[in-house]
Design a protein around this ligand. Structure first.
Ligand code: CA
Length: 438
């Protein structure tokens, strides 16, 4: 592919050298100019008082670097690597506000899925399947992970390695992780561990800090590996002696397949799941995306594949999920759906990947249409729904206006308790109306 062997590294080298050079030029020059800024995530952090001439490593940060050295040596990182890498690190303090943006309206799942499974991704995925036929053969032979699913994951994680698309969001990962380990009070030990993992990667000679460019949270390369994944799940599948998620996609895709097998318990030769339909009088209460029953149990209760085919193995376990409520498409989810979901714990993310994989394979849209006539709740309405449910004793996991799996479970539990039909867990405006009516 055009960007794999030459484009990506060049792009990364360019982006990185600018940052590093600027960092080195500024270096300690402005230390002492730092001021205490309010950390939007709740703590108090040190940040540069000046936006220009560029990022600054404050004296406080340098002290922290000196203090953290023993931890790094304790993890087996050489003093020489630590000193060389950390001397050039300038904490990327913009990370403290990176996860605060929130849309006004919860995006309906059909739009989320639609944006990720559109013509461009299907066509590009088909091209990548052809171009990398030999690589897919090797990965399938070794790990058994379906090439179309893996190709779709690649598409969603990095637009098939086309980092030009996301270049403006990318940052030197060690600068981000250092800032988080130093100044982010929440999950500090997680960030410390990931910073150490990043240093181990450099110590092993797999990559230089200038190549390690990624998201503010530290995800890198074709399939967006955190340092821990790179370190523990990575595979040198192109045999160049290094494990690297940039450049040729071999290591990234093989390591991601390994992840799905070892951490997600992916099963060779099985489907991720099926679109299903229900017989009359179906009891929705187990169709919560969580309750696991055998296929034989579900068929006895009227669940059928919507294409009319038989399920291959009645003994396998499945969960039934209605992502947009009883009016939209419904799915029987098998183990391989959860293997994909293990990579990024969001069911709509996993569904987007499985669906895109199927479309790259040549299948069409889901049979049942999405209920696009449903008006999605606004942020304020969703918060109200969550507050009302919480007040009634149904735990929504907070009232942040984001309708996640916990809120859907609370909606469904409430629906069952008041006899609301169908009890599908879908937070429609009718649910809110009924909650308002008491
Ligand atoms: Ca390699």
């Amino acid at each position: 592919m055009p960007t794999s062997s030459s484009g990506v590294p060049r792009l990364l080298a360019r982006a990185a050298s600018g940052q590093t050079r600027r960092s080195l030029l500024v270096g300690f020059a402005a230390s002492g100019l730092s001021a205490c800024a309010s950390n939007p995530l709740g703590g108090s952090v040190r940040a540069s008082a000046q936006e220009t001439p560029g990022p600054v490593a404050s004296a406080e940060f340098r002290e922290w670097v000196a203090g953290f050295r023993a931890r790094a040596l304790g993890r087996g990182i050489s003093g020489a690597t630590y000193d060389r890498v950390m001397a050039a690190v300038v904490p990327e303090t913009s990370v403290y506000k990176s996860d605060k943006s929130q849309p006004e309206v919860q995006e309906p799942i059909w739009r989320y899925i639609g944006r990720r499974t559109g013509d461009y991704n299907v066509a590009t995925g088909k091209k990548r399947i052809q171009e990398y036929a030999a690589l897919w053969d090797r990965i399938e032979a070794k790990y058994g992970v379906d090439r179309y699913t893996l190709c779709a994951l690649w598409g969603l994680e990095s637009s098939f390695g086309d980092l030009v698309v996301s270049a403006k969001y990318m940052k030197p990962v060690l600068n981000c992780l250092a800032a988080l380990a130093w100044g982010e009070p929440r999950r500090r030990s997680y960030w410390e561990t990931e910073l150490l993992n990043g240093l181990i990667i450099v110590d092993r000679g797999w990559a230089e800090p200038s190549e390690m460019i990624g998201s503010w949270a530290g995800a890198m390369g074709h399939t967006q590996w955190m340092p821990e994944v790179w370190l523990n799940m990575g595979v040198d599948f192109d045999g160049d002696g290094k494990i690297n998620p940039f450049g040729r996609p071999d290591d990234a895709l093989a390591g991601t397949a390994r992840y799905m097998v070892e951490r997600g318990h992916y099963r060779r030769g099985e489907a991720w799941g099926y679109e299903v339909t229900f017989g009359p009088g179906f009891d929705w209460s187990d169709a919560d995306g969580k309750t696991q029953r055998t296929i034989a149990h579900w068929t006895a209760h009227g669940v059928r594949r919507i294409d009319g085919e038989a399920f291959p193995d009645p003994r396998s376990n499945a969960r039934i999920w209605l992502p947009a409520g009883a009016k939209g498409p419904a799915f029987a989810l098998l183990q391989n759906f959860w293997a994909v979901r293990s990579y990024n714990p969001s069911s709509k993310y996993a569904l987007a990947i499985c669906h895109l994989g199927d479309k790259i394979r040549g299948r069409g849209e889901f049979v049942r249409p999405w209920p696009t006539e449903e008006k999605p709740l606004t942020l304020v309405e969703a918060q109200e729904l969550q507050e009302r449910l919480t007040a009634l004793g149904f735990d929504t996991g907070g009232a942040d206006g984001r309708v996640g799996e916990k809120t859907q479970a609370a909606v469904q539990a409430w629906q069952k308790s008041v006899g609301f039909q169908p009890a599908d867990g879908y937070p429609s405006d009718k649910v809110l109306e009924r909650l308002r009516g008491g």
